[in-house]
Structures are given as structure tokens and as C-alpha cells.
Design a binder for this molecule. Sequence first.
Ligand code: AMP
Ligand code: MG
Length: 491
Amino acid sequence: MTDKKATIELGWNFDNSYTTLPKSFYSRLSPPPVHSPKLAILNESLAKSLGLNAEALQSTDAVAMLAGNEAPEGAMPIAQAYAGHQFGHFTMLGDGRALLLGEQITPSGERFDIQLKGSGRTPYSRGGDGRAALGPMLREYIISEAMHGLGIPTTRSLAVVTTGESIYRESELPGAILTRVAASHIRVGTFQFAARWCSIEDLRALADYTLQRHFPEIETEENRYLLLLKGVIKRQAELIAKWQLVGFIHGVMNTDNMAISGETIDYGPCAFMDTYDPATVFSSIDVQGRYAYGNQPYIAVWNLSRFAETLLPLLHENEAQAVKMAEDALGEFSKLYHSNWLRGMRAKLGLFNEEEQDEALIVGLLNMMKEHRADYTNTFRALTINQPEGTVLFGTSEFTEWHEQWKARLTRQPEDIEAVQQVMKNSNPAVIPRNHRVEEALEAAWKEGDNTVMERLLAVLSDPYAYTPEQVAYTTLPAESARPYQTFCGT
Ligand code: AMP
Ligand code: MG
């Protein structure tokens, strides 16, 4: 099946530009075949947009490719080397359970990494088995597609296949492999690897490659490495603001999980906040709250500082000068983040023009939400559909006063109420992947082999701003007994 004809039928069109980098950046390998691969879910619309034949991808031979049993024609499988600060501690990492098949060039000329996650051991596996369990891979599929539906830059999920093999964690679990699609898998940690273990020429090669791939417009500029730093800072400021605006908590913002492209990557113990509280943490391993909701912008700038350090030798031959350039660039993050956040918050409240007091109005609402333990998504949804009722928050006199102020504020702009409602609908998702809904879908899928619950959830999440009657059932909160929710890395 790996002959040319089959590849053409499937639509694979691989390039392998990453292998033009110095050899220390990757290891060539073919993964160990798995026993009996079966398709658990396929993202047909994503397949089409990649130029793939969704129907042909369901054939036994194509599924074997998605399990890593056979490499598609033109693919040159590699595991990528990288390092990273994990919870603040620097370590050599690398793809310990992932395999980059190559880069799919789409019919419109875009380039996407096609990566198999859970495909087996690699030279970077350390003590791990290189495998993944079905539950966490389906979870990544659901949450990454939900993020895409929310309009947030993210890696995507093309498919999950089960391997027919068991893996062993605390219990015996069905093994699975996720096909992840990404603008690239270059991470802050990839630069940390280069700066720590490679020559300056190799570091420069990585920086030039990254520029070509993600910032082609500045590739030939004289100060291109400074522009690279600034570009990455800008994208992260935009990304983290988007996370905050929808209440997304990544859960494990280690530097190896921060993509240079500006996409959200590595869905492990992530979850969406329900009750508004900046201290919210779901991850069982984040005991100190390092990656709590309210800390995410600060962690982003910490990670970006680690990125800037790796670029110092490229920024200026004089180190003091290079440090100054990096510091000035990093100093922009908080301004960029804040303006993105404020713009997004204004839209969530239907504000088109700007008034000095807007931030106080926004913060006032958030403070009340925290005090009265209001659900983040549902509070904004209720304001959007003009039904602020039925919660403790909405029953307080404090809120009534705030509501009056907000209504008055809305009159101080030319836009009418329809325009206000439209911008609010476009900015406040009616549905998010609520933890109990995700769990329910996963249980049905992996314990009972019933995908229908997951498919319904995915359909609703694909257009979270639709405000349709079908969404209403997905806005209800879990029973108090289902909280507090805890997430696990899923490795
Ligand atoms: P993550 O938490 O998914 O970002 O992974 C952190 C590091 O651990 C990466 O280098 C992974 O490739 C590696 N890793 C995670 N799970 C496994 C596993 N089961 N086997 C080998 N390496 C793993
Ligand atoms: Mg990772």
C-alpha cells in the first residue's frame, strides 16, 4: 500500500524540510508495528482541508499508516530532539512517544506537520514506554477541536486509532495513537536544546528555519532574530489572552509545551474553568498552582524569557547589548497581552468604543463572579442573551447596580442593541467542553465503544458561538458532587 498510486489516492503529499536541519535536531526511526490498528475516530473535514481523501483514509492499509505500521510514500519519520523547563527545572526531553511522519503540503500550498503521538519508543523515551492510552488521546482530540471551534490557534487532531494492545498505567488500558496536525512542532524547548547542546551555527540554522517556516515576511531583514523574538512574543500575547477570555487552563505550560508558531500544543491535564477563580488549577501534579488560570500570562513571559536567552548570541555580538535588546522586547509582553485581553473583554460586554472606566467595569464583574462563585461561561452567556437570572450572583444588589452601570455604558456608543448582541454572541461561547461532558463522552467511547456521545459533543463544540437550541443542554453544570474536577497528564 505504500506504493505511489495508493499515496496519490490518499492524498499524502509529504515534504520533510525538518530533516535539512543539522542531524542533532532529530533521530530517524521507524516505530515498532502495533498489533491490530483500528480507526477510533477520523476528522473528515480536517482531512479534506489537508488534501486527504477521507474515505480512503478509513481503509485497513491507511489505518496501518496512522498507526505507524507503514510509512506513507514520501514520509521520512523522525523523532525531534528538544529540552525544556518542566515546572521550572531544566531537562533534556525530545519526542519520547511521538513520531513526525513529515510535512503535508496542502492543495493550497500550506505546510503542516503530521505527527503520530503514542507510536512507541524513541531515542528520547527515557524510562517511558512510548505509548498512549485511548482515553487521553480522545481527550486531546475533543479539546483541540473545541479550541479550533473557539477560534483559538491550536494543533489539530486528524485521527485516533486503537492499537489492539494494552498499556499499563495504574491499570491496564487500551493503547491508542493520535495523529496530530501542527503548523510545526518547534518549541521554546527546541531552542533551549540548541542553545545548550549545539553549536552557534546549529542554533542559527534552527532560527533561520523557524523564520522561513513561521515568519517568512522577516526572513531577510537584517535584525531578523530580534524580529523573531518580537514575533513570538506577540503571538503568545495574543494566544494567552484568548485562553484567558474563554477560561482555558493549559495545565502544564512547561517550555517544551510552548510552540513557536503560536498554536496551543500538548493537551495533557488541561481543562476549562467553570466557577470563576484565578487560582483555579485542575492538574493533579500542579500542587503549587504554578500553572493556575491567573498565572498563565506570567508563566508565558517566564517561558518567553527562556526563549530570549537562547537567542542572545544571535541578537548582538556584545552580550550586554543583546541582553538589553531581549529585555526591551520582553518588556512589551505585558502591554501586548493586556491590550489583547482588554479588547476581548470589551467585546464580551458588547463595547465597541473605548472609555477609560471600561476596565474597572470589567474587573468589577469578575470580582463579583469570584465572590459569588459564578460560572464563567454561563455568566457571559446570560448577559449575551439578556437573561441574568437564576444564580446567586444575579440575585445580589451589587450585581443590579453593576448591571445598571453596564446598560448606561452601552448607551454611550452609537451601535444599537442588535449590534451589541451580535458582538457578544461572537465573543462569548455558549458552550465549552465542560469537564463532565467530556468525561461522559470518553467513558462511552472507550469503555463501551459508543462514539455517538462524543460525536454529538464534537458537533456542538464545532460552532460554540451559534446560540442554537441544541446547545442549551450543554450549558448545564455538573452536580456539586462531581467537583472539584481533577485532570491527569495521561501519559
Ligand atoms: P508531555 O507531558 O506530553 O509534554 O511530555 C513530556 C515529555 O515526556 C516529552 O518528552 C514526552 O515525549 C515524554 N513522554 C511522555 N509520555 C511518555 C511515554 N509514555 N513514553 C515515553 N516518553 C513519554
Ligand atoms: Mg510536551
